[in-house]
Design a binder for this molecule. Sequence first.
Ligand code: FUB
Ligand code: ZN
Length: 672
Amino acid sequence: MEGKNFSNGVGLDRVQVTDAFWKKEIGLVRDTVIPYQWEALNDRVADAQPSYCMHNFKVAGAINQKREQEADYVQPVYTTNGFCVWPEDPGKPEQKFYGFVFQDSDFAKWIEAVAYILEQYPDPELEATADEAIGIVCRAQQPDGYLDTFYIINDISKRFTNLRDHHELYCLGHLIEGAVAYYRATGKNRLLEAACRYADCVAAHIGSEEGRLRGYPGHEIAEMALAKLYEVTGEEKYRDLGLYFVNERGRRPYYFDTEHPVSADQQGELRYQYHQAHLPVREQSEATGHAVRAVYLYSGMADFARLTSDEALWTACEQLWDDITQTKMYITGGIGGTHIGEAFSFAYDLPNDTAYAETCASIGMIFFAQRMLRMRPDSKYADVMERELYNIVLGGMGLEGTSFFYVNPLEVVPEACHKDSRKEHVKPVRQKWFGCACCPPNLARLISSIGSYVFTETDDTVFVHLYMGVRMERQLQSGMAKIEIQSGFPWNGNVSIRVECGAPETFTIALRIPDWCAEYRITGIDDADSASREEKNGYLYITRTWASDTIQIEFPMEVQVIEADSRVRETIGKAAVQRGPIVYCLEEADNGKDLHLLKMDGNARFETQEQQIAGESVITIRAQGWRQQKVQCQKLYFAHTKTAYEPVSLTWIPYYAWANRGEGEMQVWTRI
Ligand code: FUB
Ligand code: ZN
């Protein structure tokens, strides 16, 4: 692999977010989302679907305690289909497991977000709540390290019998991610030890050694989590377990068939695609199946490609990346064209009104992009990272921080969501919480750690992938250098970078040139001082001797009218509006009902203006367009005559800000 000069991440211990836009988002996570989610995990949010997450840990802990006290204690055994919401009063049967089988992961994602916040904003009260929660979780752990409340409560003898569906390894993965983050933030290792013990327990039961189950996770994430655990502990056993999971997937005979014998008519390989288990991973080049699972797997593959310098694994990752971004990704960055299996559809099948585009899947794309960037800095990865961030990630949460989208459509007609069961998954307004609440805490952990996505670095180069106000420190031979970025993103493309070195030193700063920017301007570097500049793979490399210098870059943010490849049937004859990293949409609140009757003019004068949406200042776009006039006709069908239009003013708002003014129509793609 190209010189193997891989980059390192630059974590929150060295990056401080100073950006007004992102500080507000992080503040929302700290002050609103985290406390709200803690209430949700404890089932204290009125009118929201209960989580039962902490309830389950408490029950599992009590069962543990009882076992210790009564040697002949008999565990409760319940019939379950894996998604057990019990019909009885949830207040009474304390010893039962409630909710989805992966409910434990809600805690893990919450504690991860808490950790990122504590790393940036020490808060003894929040830390005490977190420690208390960790105590509840750790009390549920079995003597041999097993830690999944579903089986601890229901029937521990059945653990590891349904790796395909029962998410024990998914919960392990999230637990590791949360535990590593908490350890890094606080130095406390109680949860990290619990995660290591659970990983050890899994390794004792699953693997290629004689007598172990040759299984792998039905829902990926343990792969990338184990890579992280290896990097933080230095324990090769965690690297080996993660790599085993990656290598085992797709091997024949299919492991899942040993768990779930299939009838002859079910033998097709299609069903393995759901789990990305249809082929050994190095032979995969098309993204298939459940979109979140897929991108979590690809992120783990990228980790192991880097950790083991595995060229074939890298090539597969790159092909999968290109397949997604060139044929299966919405303009918003959403992935997963069909709600059936929450999955990728076939190439170019990107319906707007039935899109799945799960929030978690876009977060997974950011993980994937970050890992690809560490191996080979190419702006194609960071461009997508930015697209995901400013559109799906921000849009996944209400501007107030207490309502969320799971599915992120590009076109909504509320009546259709209410009356058409094919669109049941599409919600016209954000929800307070979900029974299956994977997305909200995923958003919290991503937004709170956003500073760690800005840079990667090698010995001689600092790569800037995202533009936001940050301060970063970098060790040089002569001491610490400070790099400070100020940026007007996402509303204007003015960026200034100040470098302060103790003594002059030569190194490279590589700046991403965003894909939406045709021409940029750079000032502040004196060309005569032999600054070497080179554009490579979408980055401007500036190599010079830095002392105390400031450079200014301007990436002009023009309004762009975007068309899709003609193979995307859903968008033929339509266009979308984008400005800088922000994709725009039309909403009923500004443009009236029946958005499908509106038509835009690609050559119109697009004017930008600042506008308040639900108390938040955003830049909106206006242009002259038309509204098709209704034909007053008795019949459903009639002979075509000239279509009549009336001129109207069209107003686009940032996609991320939609559905903050009540229920109404929305569309990203408009007739042109
Ligand atoms: O299966 C766990 C999570 O729930 C998945 O990542 C989501 O897609 C949802 O199915
Ligand atoms: Zn989700």
